[in-house]
Write a protein that binds this ligand. Sequence first.
Ligand code: VGL
Ligand code: ZN
Length: 195
Amino acid sequence: MADTALLIVDVQNDFCPGGALPVPEGDQVVPVLNQAIERFQQAGAPIIASRDWHPERSTHFAAYGGKWPVHCVQRTEGAAFHPDLRLPEDAIVVSKGMGENEDGYSAFEARTDDGTPLESLLREKGIRRLVVGGLATDYCVRASVLGALERGIEVLVLQDAIRGVDVQPGDSERALAEMQQKGAKLVSLEEVDLS
Ligand code: VGL
Ligand code: ZN
């Protein structure tokens, strides 16, 4: 459907095994998302990739009072998209967490390089439905999904294309329950109709 876009959340090296803030099995979302990318490309539907894009000093980091080890610092290898993720040339990249006092969990806090917020972008393109996958289930996927639902955008979450950090055991499961309770549908890629 022309009103549907794929939103790939934060599939970056630092969130994958070997990275600074690894999500267990984080890299396993990549093959599923590559299939999704192919489907969306064939359907001519927009593909959007968000990235965590922090300054070196940020209150998001434990060293400055925050919660996390230093990760996804702008222009570092850790902030690069996973090398196996086959983002097409015309994928739209939006960045978030750039402020020194900003967590930037939601892709709705993200902007393109020329400053266009995700929500404006979706409105311009007439997008009313998002298919979402990426990292991490209990942080940026959760915040992005809830952000979409709050804005009246329909959300399908690709259940095989998400993984969570689970700082507390069960965080991801609780996040998924919350997303569903607020209206998101958990689906597999085969169930997504783009016709
Ligand atoms: C994220 C923790 C810290 C995420 C970002 O992308 O889910 N999690 N920064
Ligand atoms: Zn972050």
